[in-house]
Design a protein around this ligand. Structure first.
Ligand code: IMP
Ligand code: MG
Length: 179
């Protein structure tokens, strides 16, 4: 697996340090509240587990699965709910946890859809953000790192379902995509 890596974009230590900062920010903003975290499977799973364990507030876990990409590296622009929630969001303080905001279409669609279920509040927390790739106007509320327009893997992010378990956020060698 390591032979496919061109470079490390964000090392594990920096990711963990930033996650602690995000957690502090969330804690300060949600004092006295119960947070319902919605983890977007599968990419956000690693970030989600690290983030929630740094948050010292009452919270609930929910999991959703959506698909916007096939095996390639560009978005189809189409969002499909693969696994929905099985609890209502009415009156809840919701934070959607996602791996990356790229074109913005997944979160734009998802946030609007979940907002219709009448939560008390709804925010978005993403480990990574590629603002230069936006196709729809979308802004996250808590962002780990803004990155340039590079396809990255690791810390939950995949290429064709591989590399999610890498501890660092990495850039793959170009030949990997053409294999
Ligand atoms: P969006 O709808 O274009 O914002 O895409 C969001 C989804 O695309 C993310 O949840 C990821 O699954 C995937 N994605 C976007 N950029 C990358 C990347 O650089 N590496 C891995 N997956 C990515
Ligand atoms: Mg993906």
């Amino acid at each position: 697996m390591l032979k496919d890596i061109e470079s490390i974009l964000i090392p594990e230590a920096k990711i963990q340090e930033r996650i602690k900062e995000l957690a502090k920010q969330i804690e300060a903003d949600y004092q006295g509240k119960t947070i319902t975290f919605i983890c977007i499977l599968r990419g956000a799973s690693v970030f989600f587990c690290d983030l929630v364990r740094e948050i010292n507030l009452d919270c609930r876990f929910e999991f959703m699965s959506v698909s916007s990409y096939g095996a390639g590296t560009t978005s189809s622009g189409e969002v499909r709910i693969v696994k929905d929630l099985n609890t209502p969001l009415e009156g809840k303080d919701v934070i959607i946890v996602e791996d990356i905001i790229d074109s913005g279409s997944t979160l734009h669609y998802l946030k609007n859809m979940l907002a219709q279920r009448n939560p008390a509040s709804i925010k978005v927390c993403a480990l990574l953000d590629k603002p230069s790739r936006r196709k729809v106007d979308f802004k996250g509320d808590y962002i780990g790192f803004e990155i340039e327009d590079k396809f990255v893997v690791g810390c939950g992010l995949d290429y064709a379902e591989r590399y999610r378990n890498l501890k660092d956020v990495c850039v793959l060698k170009p030949e990997v995509y053409t294999k």
